[in-house]
Design a protein around this ligand. Structure first.
Ligand code: PAF
Length: 286
């Protein structure tokens, strides 16, 4: 463990546990911000909120192999630990947990799977993804014993699944969802935006344009097919974009719905060239 001054860098589970035990003995509250690193202002908003609401904040910085499918971008996923460390330190986090894969996994045979909510949207296209997310997040909850954990609403399906996991498995932790952070021109912040060429970066704005159109047109009782078709038209006008899905589901169990009513999540994934980007908005009727 290093960090005589400034942020503590922990590479092992034991180092985190020792520090947390000391904090707990002093009655100190702990916030956890789980990340895969390559931090940007989206993560920044989670860290700031955690710093505001807790005495000490742990940021985990771990590219979790179990949530990547065989043909996904595990190897090329962007990494810059020094920049992440400085970013967390500047925002007032106390500890950055940066384990290697062997520290987190030793021939694992236990996984956490949340049924139904993981079946559609991104889960339908990325079969092992949410099982990997729920497993690593459960491990991080057990390692850090945090009082609160912070997740972005950009990963809306992930957030709904984690809330359900915490409820069903009685994790003693409060889940705090934080709003999507966008670039000035509207693109939702993501570590994967770094894959985009200059031309693709411009094309990627069709996602936030489609979200805007969805927000402007959504009405109680309208057909979800009509809504998602309007949004699809915006994406299809962009030659570099290819829709993976645009769907409206109920905001709790994430099941497809035919009409807009209650709490609705409208989510999409779109390829811009080879890069798959996601965006969404939520709507709630009176
Ligand atoms: O949202 C992410 O960055 C990851 O899915 C998470 C929650 C850190 C788990 O690896």
């Amino acid at each position: 463990m290093s960090g005589c001054k400034g942020i503590i860098v922990a590479k092992t589970i034991d180092e985190v546990r020792t520090k947390v035990a000391k904090w707990q003995a002093e009655g100190i509250s702990v916030g956890l911000v789980p990340t895969m690193g390559f931090l940007h202002e989206g993560h920044g908003s989670l860290i700031r909120k955690a710093v505001e609401q807790n005495d000490e904040v742990i940021v985990s910085d771990f590219v979790n192999p179990t949530q990547f499918g065989p043909n996904e971008d595990l190897e090329s996923y962007p990494r810059d630990f020094e920049a992440d460390k400085n970013f967390c330190e500047k925002l007032g986090a106390s500890l950055i947990f940066n384990p290697g894969p062997d520290e987190m996994y030793d021939r694992p045979r236990a996984y956490v799977n949340i049924e139904e909510l993981s079946d559609g949207l991104c889960g339908a296209r990325r079969p092992v993804h949410f099982r990997g997310v729920c497993t690593v997040v459960s491990k991080l909850f057990n390692i850090t014993k945090a009082n609160r954990a912070y997740f972005g609403e950009k990963d809306a399906q992930q957030l709904a699944i984690i809330r359900k996991m915490v409820k069903d498995l009685n994790f003693d932790i409060e889940i705090v969802g934080c709003p999507i952070v966008r670039e000035e021109d509207g693109l939702a912040m993501s570590s994967r935006n770094t894959y985009l060429s200059a031309e693709e970066r411009k094309a990627a704005l069709c996602l936030s344009r489609a979200i805007k159109s969805g927000k402007e047109n959504i009405k109680e009782g309208m057909s979800t097919k009509q809504l998602t078709s309007l949004m699809a038209e915006v994406i299809e006008a962009e030659p570099l974009a290819k829709i993976d899905y645009i769907e409206a589901v109920d905001g709790e169990m994430l099941q497809p719905i035919e009409k807009v009513q209650g709490r609705v999540l409208v989510a999409m994934a779109v390829y811009i060239g080879k890069t798959r980007l996601i965006d969404n908005f939520s709507w709630e009727g009176k």
